[in-house]
Design a protein around this ligand. Structure first.
Ligand SMILES: [Zn+2]
Ligand SMILES: [Zn+2]
Length: 310
């Protein structure tokens, strides 16, 4: 049973609805040392596959405690830099949308007036949709007083939290229940450390950078244990970020990753097999043999190899 942190106040137990976007939010107040934040966090958010049952105390506490940590103002600077990196590397041609993103991101989780604080554009909804599609979490209040333009207008609030993968798969997109189940099924076993850990999170073996639109995450709560074991492994968030980096590098350079600099691949070589399509379902074949793809299997094969030599 997860307990809601004492520094979290649920201002209004009733969810706010944004019917047009089928979104729901909860009005909360987060208290940090020397700082506090008040705003709406989503409880239903289709874009990142988020559905939180606010009547389930355990699930809600688990979710809000996590968002609370992600929103800790001490992470903001680092978060802002990571977003610049994302737009520069992955959305170099989206400068119009970036014009909308910047004021929202610079607001550090405060409401921004769509009428007077965002660029003038013939189709602003399109830009906001793009930002959501890129994995950002935004709350919308269609009727909020703006002290700058003196009118009741639509306001947007962008949460400065890790971007969910557009495939709806980043660890922040799990329902808390599903995340817990994956961890339980995999025995809380951190495959990198080869040890049990309370800090590990699900990692998709097949890296998201090689997914295409058809490889969408389809991870229903009904997924079988067998499916979970074949699709996921567990590692810390930090290790997961390292893996993302390795996989991005492989995608860009064709050089597969190593662990501890050990040049051992149980299938294939240090080079990505160029006869395999770089993206989409079939691309997964090219990941097999890379240590990062299935760390436990790689370790097993490596131990076998060492024993052969005895
Ligand atoms: Zn308020
Ligand atoms: Zn305004």
């Amino acid at each position: 049973m997860t307990k809601l942190l004492k520094t979290i106040v649920i201002v209004d137990k009733n969810e706010k609805f944004h019917a047009k976007a089928s979104e729901r939010y909860l009005h909360v107040h987060f208290i940090y040392t020397g700082h506090s934040w008040e705003g709406w966090v989503p409880t239903e958010y289709r874009r990142t596959n988020l559905h939180v049952d606010v009547n389930n105390e355990d699930e809600l506490a688990d979710y809000l405690n996590r968002i609370y940590e992600q929103l800790n103002p001490q992470h903001y600077k680092e978060w802002r830099l990571a977003q610049e990196e994302f737009w520069r590397l992955e959305k170099p041609n989206a400068s119009v949308t970036k014009g909308f993103f910047d004021p929202l991101a610079d607001a550090q989780g405060e409401w921004v007036c769509a009428r007077c604080q965002l660029p003038h554009n013939t189709n602003p909804q399109r830009r906001i949709q793009d930002i959501k599609d890129f994995g950002y979490t935004l709350a919308t209040d269609t009727n909020r007083f703006c002290k700058h333009c003196g009118k009741k207008t639509t306001h947007l609030l962008l949460l400065p939290i890790p971007r969910a993968d557009s495939s709806g798969n980043g660890y922040e997109t799990w329902t808390p229940a599903m995340r817990k189940r994956i961890i339980r099924v995999l025995g809380a076993w951190d495959v990198y450390e080869a040890a049990n850990s309370n800090h590990c999170l699900p990692d998709h073996k097949f890296p998201e950078i090689r997914w295409d639109d058809e490889t969408k995450a389809d991870n229903p709560d009904t997924m079988s244990n067998k499916e979970i074991a074949s699709k996921f492994q567990l590692m810390t968030n930090q290790r997961n970020e390292q893996k993302r980096e390795v996989c991005r590098n492989c995608f860009q350079t064709g050089k597969r990753g190593t662990i501890f600099g050990i040049d051992f691949f149980y299938a294939g070589t240090a080079d990505w097999d160029t006869t395999i399509p770089p993206k989409g379902k079939e691309a997964e074949q090219g990941c097999i043999g890379c240590p990062w793809y299935d760390i436990a299997l790689w370790r097993k094969k490596l131990i076998e190899k060492l024993q052969e030599g005895e």
